[in-house]
Design a protein around this ligand. Structure first.
Ligand code: GCO
Length: 255
């Protein structure tokens, strides 16, 4: 039996970037806790496939194909939610990209794209969701940070800057939207087994570094983040706001 504080029945959750990877795992976790989920991605075919798979598992799933870097498309998606009577109770700002290059070789356009998708999108989607949550007097926002919300790693400067920004955007949301009944928090995943990290996982030196540096001596699995997401999306965290919780096998706590 599920504890009632964690029950998401009757809630609708939008998870950006959820056709695969961490976003998909968040969507499955929230759906298992009873939420209807709205999957989002830029590739409509991949999105429909993901939705079909989840519907086949018995979950209540909608889709909204839009690019989180396209403000007009975001506004159109929320207008469509309004027209369809879909109220977003929970927003998981998950969509993200990585681009690894030393800063001395990094083009400004590549810097900007990483900032747009990993940081600015969380503000724009967050603003559109929060306007509507505020009208209803409640809402949950879960932003996805990173260990790089705290610490830098060579070759991923724009990602580091964006994820540091996510930590502070979360506090800004908590500061401004708390009185409207919205709680905003973040999850900081450690090194996870995802497509985005494939090159790192397949690099024996990097793999050894992650295992040596992580007290749990292994990479994390996407589904291991679901519990933290359910907690932050549920009534169990109703007086928690502005926090970032690291789910990282202990990595950020040790030298
Ligand atoms: C990298 C990875 C990052 C990390 C993650 C750690 O190049 O460092 O792609 O995304 O996996 O953010 O918290």
């Amino acid at each position: 039996m599920t504890h009632p504080l964690f029950d998401l029945s009757g809630k609708t959750a939008l998870i950006t970037g959820s056709s695969r990877g961490l976003g998909r795992a968040f969507a499955e976790g929230l759906a298992q806790a009873g939420a209807r989920v709205v999957l989002n991605g830029v590739n409509p075919q991949r999105l429909e496939e993901a939705a079909k798979e989840m519907q086949g598992q018995g979950y209540d799933v909608l889709t909204a194909a839009f690019d989180v870097a396209d403000e007009m498309a975001i506004k159109a998606a929320f207008d469509q939610f309004d027209a369809d009577g879909v109220a977003i109770d929970i927003l998981v700002n998950n969509a993200g990209i990585q681009f690894r290059k030393p800063m001395l070789e990094l083009e400004t356009a590549d810097w900007q794209r990483v900032i747009d998708i990993n940081l600015t999108a969380a503000f724009v989607v967050g603003r559109e969701a929060a306007k509507r949550m505020a009208e209803r007097g409640q809402g949950k926002i879960v932003n996805i940070g990173s260990l790089t919300s705290e610490l830098a790693r060579a070759t991923v400067a724009p990602y580091t800057v964006a994820k540091g920004g996510i930590k502070m955007l979360t506090k800004a949301m908590a500061a401004e939207w708390g009185e409207a009944g919205i709680q905003a928090n973040a999850i900081g995943p450690g090194y996870m087994v995802t497509d985005m990290n494939e090159a790192l996982i397949n690099n024996p030196d990097f793999d050894a570094w992650v295992k040596g540096r992580t007290p749990m001596r292994r990479w994390g699995l996407p589904e291991e983040l679901a519990g933290t997401c359910i907690y932050l999306a549920s009534n169990a965290s109703n007086y928690v706001s502005g926090q970032i919780i690291y789910a990282d096998g202990g990595m950020i706590s040790v030298l």
